[in-house]
Design a protein around this ligand. Sequence first.
Ligand code: PLP
Length: 415
Amino acid sequence: MFPENIAERTRRDFPLLNSISGQQGLIYLDHAATSQKPQSVIDSLEHYYKNINANVHRGAHQLSAKATDAFEGARQIVGNFIGANSFREIVFTRNATEGINLIARSWGDSNLKEGDEILLTVMEHHSNIVPWQLLSGRTGCLVKYVGLTPSGELDVDDFCEKLNEKTKLISLVHISNTLGCCNPISEITSKAHKYGALVLLDACQSLAHQPFDVGSIGVDFLVGSSHKICGPTGVGFLWGREHILEAMPPFLGGGEMIQDVFLDRFTSSDLPHKFEAGTPPIGEAIAMGTAIQYLELIGLENIRDWEHKLMEHLFEKLSQINDLRVLGPTPSNEKYRGALATFSVEDIHSNDLASLLDIAGICIRSGHHCCQPLHRHYGLTGTARASLSFTSTIEEIDLFIDELCSSISFLRKNS
Ligand SMILES: Cc1ncc(COP(=O)(O)O)c(C=O)c1O
């Protein structure tokens, strides 16, 4: 069936996408860096600060009870969104990066020792590399990396070769923010579990783009960031299996995460508050819940199908440009691919392309996209990336391609 043009019905909900830049409306093709926010999310933040601003879990007054209800309601929304068994499995964090650091510090410090191994992949974002390098420095565990196939996908054979009895954790991205490939998580998980290893999924680039269910994918931990799913910055979440979270020591200490404090000791509060020290980002968590409700209203299947159509169009157009190389797999009907294209053009610096496109009111990303090891793997220092969302249109892609071609000709003439 022909996918519904969701952009037609959703674009007007996004104030920033309707602002004018130069001759035309702003063309925002940097959704993988951060998503734009619909009016309902902006209203939700404003509503919290105007009407129910109070600290949570601690006030005897009605205002605090209202804030607590809305905050805990957002936790339920997040839990339902990813198919969690219980709200106790959802820990609010500042972002996905903090979620990974939480696991490395809490689970890693208390479970890993010299000789143990952690498996990552070459395509990971720095936030899924550096916390494990730090853990390795503290515990002596070894960090190993799974390589890529020639088409820019996870090399499952290499994964199988590197997986062994010493592997304690596999931490990997669901959809790469640079290659766009969607990793075969169920397969990875079932193989990992045979060796008793846990799997942490970085779902930053998948949650806003396709239906998701943590139960069927089989992982043990998952992290996400609100700002990637149409919600505000400053909040994210960690999901973990309840019995694993239960056995983990607290990450940060302070208010909220305790039951009793004495001069020489403390007892921790129950899940999930055990991992939420200090005053949380209350309004932001509530607005993240609103963002999820907005995505669910559009329908994640609809989003996936529309973005797939956009991707096919983008790739078709990019393939017609000489000396342009796109990283990662080409879109196909058989295999889901993330809605982004990362590319390099021979003898042209990606910053020059991004600057010229910016003058034309088109936002793309340029640089290493927090994936320096991946860029080194390809012998590149930087690339350009155009990333889409359900609000993107075929017309925007065409304008982007026209401007990209003009920019390439201009830079070639002036080099
Ligand atoms: C795949 C991936 N993982 C992790 C992150 C880190 O997200 P945050 O900075 O919100 O913690 C990003 C952000 O770009 C990402 O794309």
